[in-house]
Design a protein around this ligand. Structure first.
Ligand SMILES: Cc1ncc(COP(=O)(O)O)c(C=O)c1O
Length: 358
């Protein structure tokens, strides 16, 4: 048979999204499953978002603003940065992909911790670059010393996910600064802060504030999580003007849709409500962590909106047993299970299911 696509893609894993209540309804006949599998915030869109998106839909026959000017300026104002240093994309995962494309030629290397965000090896491979995956410490966090040792003349980019998905572990300022000081100036470090809004430890840095002036640091943020816009697909980054300009050049034209731009503007006007909702999640994070530890699981402290159960080979059976009880969690077979923090009632249901599943 004639091959029409790249042979190396056969070895590449598919991105596995969290299973949905519709999946459980179809496969198990469970009508209203609780979804704690994709690190979403459970309280619906922020006030004003639905109206803004509806209004944007009246112009659905027109292209959106390709320069994303209003939103970039709004983000710049909110985070006290220069709009020229900001770029937006179709989710921060698209920006991560474009960062690899903009830095790597075939054979170049991308270093990241493993386990970390499951898209990193996929976007690295599709860009034609090579993943260098550095095992996490026994405490499930980044092994920064080993990551530094993994840098070679071919290294072009490093992902550092803080807090880390899926383990919830985090890096404090002293160790991260010491690490960044030792990364060669021609290697781009992408600090992926998708879960920044859930951080409460005062020693975990805000990379925009602490490292925003470093030419080889990119800060990646998303509106999918705390800001509740996962379906609209909008992420943004802060980088040097050179890097941000290169990203704007490489980004798929018009990929920040008009609905995403309008929804994001409306959401950003609700910072207080966002914070109130995030604080609810943070309060539940402590309770869920303690509840799971009481069941005998060695859950590491999390600074994100999810917790990590290092169950190894028991991960898939555990997730399947939870699903039988109408609770969807996210297994990474052989490693662990990631459970998103939901509403108090959802978390209670999850703890009951987990007790039975264990
Ligand atoms: C660490 C991390 N980075 C980036 C993303 C991508 O988010 P989005 O593309 O929705 O902005 C995710 C999503 O789960 C994530 O966990």
């Amino acid at each position: 048979m004639t091959r029409l696509t790249r042979a190396d893609l056969e070895k590449l894993p598919n991105y596995v999204p969290g299973r949905s209540p519709a999946d459980l309804a179809r496969e198990l006949g469970i009508p209203e499953a609780i979804k704690l599998a994709s690190n979403e915030v459970p309280y619906g869109p922020l006030p004003g978002v639905v109206e803004a998106v509806t209004e944007a839909a009246t112009n659905a026959h027109r292209y959106p603003d390709m320069g994303v000017v209003a939103l970039r300026h709004r983000l710049a104002e909110l985070y006290e940065v220069d709009p020229d240093n900001v770029a937006t994309g179709c989710g921060s995962v698209a920006l991560a992909e474009i960062l690899v494309k903009a830095t790597c030629l075939p054979g170049d290397e991308v270093v990241f911790a493993w386990r970390s965000f499951e898209a990193y090896p996929i976007i690295t491979a599709t860009a034609g670059a090579t993943s260098v995956m550095v095992p996490n410490t026994p405490e499930h966090g980044h092994d920064l010393e080993a990551m530094l040792a993994a840098i070679t003349p071919k290294t072009r980019l490093m992902f550092v996910c803080n807090p880390n998905n899926p383990t919830g572990t985090f890096l404090r300022e002293a160790e991260l600064t010491a690490f960044l000081d030792r990364v060669p100036a021609d290697v781009l470090v992408v600090l992926d802060e998708a879960y920044k809004e859930f951080v409460t430890d005062p020693e975990v840095p805000d990379a925009l504030v602490t490292y925003g002036d470093r030419p080889n640091v990119v800060v990646l943020r998303t509106l999918s999580k705390a800001w509740g816009l996962a379906a609209l697909r909008i992420g943004w980054l802060h980088a040097s003007a050179e890097v941000a300009g290169a990203i704007r050049k490489c980004v798929t034209p018009f990929s920040t849709s008009a609905a995403a731009q309008a929804g994001a503007m409306a959401a950003l006007a609700q910072a207080d409500e966002m914070r109130r909702r995030v604080d609810l999640v943070i309060a539940e994070r402590g309770r869920v962590t303690e509840g799971l530890r009481a069941l005998g699981v060695d859950v590491p402290d999390s600074q994100a909106n999810f917790v990590w159960l290092p169950l190894g080979d028991r991960s898939l059976p555990f997730a399947q047993a939870c699903e039988q009880q109408g609770v969807i969690v996210r297994p990474f077979q052989g490693h662990g299970v990631r459970i998103t923090i939901g509403t108090p009632a959802e978390n209670d249901a999850m703890l009951t299911a987990a007790e039975k599943a264990l």
